[in-house]
Design a protein around this ligand. Structure first.
Ligand SMILES: [Zn+2]
Length: 173
């Protein structure tokens, strides 16, 4: 692929929160179901959740977010860390199936200098890739300007997370 994936100019889309109260992720786990849907949450476990990126690199660009507000991986407890990456694994598999992706980019931007739009609350990006998609912007042009398209995509994706294992590996949400 020729284009850089984590383009710093995209930071203008998201204002970095100054504290937990401003954090776009922190209120989500406790929000009402309808609110979660409108904020494009796809799935939730006791310690982490999956949501769509409202400003995606590609249709189906997901964020996997720990409930805990922290900017550093080592500040997650081992249980939180484990739950986060279990959910990354599940999300990667399910997203690939849901959008028939031929590949995925999975990664973290830790710190604003690394390109994190919301540096204070770490999150894992999962971006679906298809052969010939090197120019991202046209791919997502429609979904970015039409909120209904985002919600429809969210509903489609959520269907692939119905039988998500909980943090302890057993079935159920
Ligand atoms: Zn937060």
């Amino acid at each position: 692929m020729g284009n850089p994936l984590w383009a710093p100019w995209r930071m203008e889309y998201i204002l970095g929160p100054k504290d937990r109260g401003d954090c776009i992720f922190c209120g989500i786990p406790d929000a009402e179901e309808e609110e979660q849907r409108s904020r494009l949450v796809v799935a939730k476990t006791p310690r982490a959740f999956v949501m769509m990126n409202r400003y995606p690199f590609a249709a189906g660009h997901l964020l996997v977010v720990p409930h805990t507000h922290t900017s550093a991986l080592h500040e997650l407890s081992l249980a939180e860390h484990d739950a986060l990456f279990r959910l990354v694994r599940e999300a990667a598999t399910r997203l690939q199936r849901a959008v028939k992706a031929e590949g995925l980019n999975v990664g973290l931007n830790l710190g604003a200098v690394a390109g994190a739009g919301v540096a204070a609350h770490l999150h894992v990006h999962i971006v679906p890739r298809w052969a010939g998609d090197t120019n991202f912007m046209p791919v997502l042009a429609d979904t970015r300007v039409i909120p209904q398209a985002l919600e429809a995509t969210r509903d489609h994706l959520a269907g692939f997370f119905q039988d998500l294992p909980s943090d302890d590996g057993s079935l159920g949400s």
